[in-house]
Unconditional design. Structure first.
Length: 245
């Protein structure tokens, strides 16, 4: 409370409580961002089971959602993985650049789709996003300003392979997005589920609780949920294992 009391009244420089809560929220955002790309092993196994496990590079090992992906009988529970340095891209090239990225994406979108089911959201690392951006001249570039673009994301729109998908870039300072990677996500099957009473909510009413043995305020911000998948078929990872090749 001393910090709060020192910054009250007409001489207040800042609202200390609000600044602490803002800092806690930003810290939680960083933790959630790491979890979204993680494997769920941190925090004693209570971390969000992120894309490292949901859409892994090696897709025929490990247990996901209580189902072992290793047995051939469970191949239906595997997402797809594509390496730019391997088949089926050998006839296109062995490096993701402005010349190859659209043909590569067209091939993946055609192979990993069925009717109206396909990856309608592409999350790209800065390398892939720059390659795609360079592949489209201004008159062809589809800038998405209707949904994710309105939320402040760097958003483009993919049109090819008979499909349309939103493209967003994730990268920059402190980013947890793997380099040279694109995640293809079917938003009908991959969902972030949360408890309505723990969706980044404060746990105590008002400013918080005052411990009986301290002149202080304690407040917690809680989140409870999981990243879940109901159909792996249309979710995939595209990466460049050797960008210098």
């Amino acid at each position: 409370m001393q910090e709060i009391l020192n910054n009250e009244g007409e001489g207040q420089l800042m609202d200390v409580y609000d600044s602490y809560i803002d800092a806690a929220e930003r810290s939680l955002e960083d933790i959630m961002d790491a979890a979204l790309y993680g494997d769920g092993s941190l925090n004693g196994g209570k971390q969000l089971t992120g894309l490292a496990t949901a859409i892994p590079i090696i897709n025929n090992t490990g247990v996901y959602g209580g189902i072992d992906r290793a047995p051939a009988a469970n191949a239906v529970w595997r997402t797809a993985t594509y390496d730019a340095n391997a088949a089926p891209f050998t006839s296109i090239g062995t490096q993701v650049n402005s010349t190859t990225i659209r043909p590569m994406l067209n091939l993946i979108m055609t192979k990993q789709s069925r009717g109206k089911d396909y990856a309608d959201l592409l999350i790209m690392s800065p390398e892939h996003y720059a390659a795609y951006d360079a592949a489209t001249i201004a008159i062809q570039r589809q800038t998405n300003e209707t949904s994710l673009g309105k939320l402040g994301f760097s958003a483009l729109e993919y049109i090819g392979g008979g499909k349309r998908a939103e493209i967003i870039m994730d990268g920059g300072i402190g980013s947890n997005m793997p380099a040279n990677t694109t995640f293809g996500i079917d938003t009908d099957s991959l969902r972030l589920r949360y408890h309505p009473n723990r969706n980044f909510d404060t746990l105590f009413d008002g400013d918080g609780m005052m411990p009986i043995d301290k002149d202080a305020i304690a407040q917690f911000i809680g989140w409870m949920g999981e990243l879940t998948m109901v159909n792996p078929f249309f979710n995939w990872r595209f990466y460049d294992s050797n960008p210098a090749a």
